[in-house]
Design a protein around this ligand. Sequence first.
Ligand code: FE2
Length: 669
Amino acid sequence: MAEYNLDVTTGGMQHAGTWDNIYVTLFGTEGQSERTELDNFGPDFRAGTTGTYTLKTSSSLGKLLLVKVEKDPFLFSQDDEWYFSKLLVKTPEGDAILFPCYRWISRGEMVELRGGKAMKVFEEDHPLLIDHRKKELILSKSTYQWKIMAEGLPHINHCDNASELPAEIRFSKTKATELDYTKRKIGIELKLKRLIGSAEKWERIEDMKKIFWWKKTATSEYVAEHWKEDDFYGSQFLNAINPNVIKRCSELPPNFPVTEEMVKPFLEEGSSLQKEMEKGKIFLYDQKKMDGLPPRAHNGEPLTVTAGLCLFYTNLENKLMPIAIQLHQQPSEQNPIFVPSDSETDWLLAKMFIKNADSMDHQAVHHLMNTHFLAEVYTVAALRSFPVIHPLYKMLFPHFRDTLYINTIGRTSLFGPDGAFSKSSLGYDGLQELMRRALSKTTYSSHCLPENIKARGLESIPNFYYRDDGLRLWNIINSFVRAVVEYYYASDSEVCKDTELQEWICEIFTHGFLGNKASGFPTGFRTVEEVIKFITVVIFTVTAQHAAVNGGQFDYYSWVPNCSLLLLKPPPTTKGQSSMNTILETLPDVGETVSFIGMARLLSETYTDVVPMGIYPEDRFDEPAPKQMIKEFQAELSFLSEEITNRNSQLEVPYTYLNPAEIENSVAI
Ligand code: FE2
């Protein structure tokens, strides 16, 4: 007789437990066990508990290969799903082998689990496991299929709505309910105020403060007070929601004829634009990729989308100040260059149009496409290419956990044809065209933060916390990835012969970057170094970069005059004609304003089952080395978190979005 002890852990979330019968069969190199029901005295499989069961066999099964777990319906039970976390099998030989599951199991469903240490395809030597691995991947490829959302954009998972998503990547039930709840709550609150759908214009900007009663943050209040100030305006291109766009300017573009006379009053006394450019203190935001995009119609009239140029100067106080704005690409008399000494409302309008185009670039390109959609590509490719026993599946899955769910929901409620983003000046078609242009020009290098910062010449611009925190995070992620990848890949030749790894990157190149070689994204991996770099990009993108472009949405979008996705009038073509009334007519009406604020709130909500960056609540690795690497990663992150908190305590507007404690482990909202 041989005795196996089985520790069966049920998830701790609501409704995770089950009354149904659970059966287990063990498969080893020397045979298989009987199909055995796990049944102790009293209730089994309650949420958050681990039950220990004994399974007897006539002799040892040899090396354990697979565990089959089946769930049968219990006669009178109403329950139908069980969240099965993990199984720890203690063998008669004294080994303890972990079999992770971490998924919902329905009635009548059966799962076959691999256990023990992570294995790459070329390391498999047992026919049963070779066969199991093949079958697992065939099943994955039919479970996760690619679909084209729109020509020229990254491909998406094939499920049209979240309820069709496979069990292992669905949110816990709590989060799904909360998401619905928040949406409803916002709708109700606003309806109570009879604001949604109101076509009334704002009579005074201050009136917008009346809809602020239901949510405030220290930063959103700061924005409402300081949005007109130039230094605060400039700082937002470094430390707000779109820190991805300005570049050092050493020569003015020929279509932006700013003269010395125009900007001299705003520079250091006795200096010149030329000298300041030479000193590296002039920066440019060129919105040329917006040029010619088709805007949507509003009340039968096409809206105006500008493709502006904004020049900035780092002054003696180290503040980044806007000093000249031209709102269209082609210089002409009807396209004046605005400067801070123009009338207050002319200058304000010019700044608002730059922000309007920027908000659409932020949401469509830097938020949706570069984080949400690419995260989806990395995820679908991984689910199709890696079996769960693969070391990179174990490492990456926690960073992909919530992405398909949130993207599938978002495609209808947010960025679908009737979603909130379609109410922007560009509308659904214009935003898609913007994403298409951006994807066709995107480069691998721009997704690697150190290269991105260098290419934009922003290595030494002062008070750039996105860069400071982002580079620290990049290095911490890179060290963690290096440790894990070098542990599992002893040489470049192991990288080359891992056909699953090669398939992963090939699918990403084909379905994410549409086979565009000019992007510089890898088409395959030849070296360990290439794998380390790419996985650093992936984890940085789905954690830090997403947090950088997602976290501040309520802070910076809820005060709509500061940053509006929609502007209703064209910008001024001559100076000195505008008034505060022009600004009120240009801003969205009452109903549109509140729907943008509602969206900003929904996207900045904190939910109860948030998994912070570097926290891995699921035990997926069985061997000690990667567990130790995770501990070191966590220690580094927590040290950085403390440093950022200390730094922020000294700042008038704290930069919190890249504090590891505030970053989620996957793109989840
Ligand atoms: Fe997001």
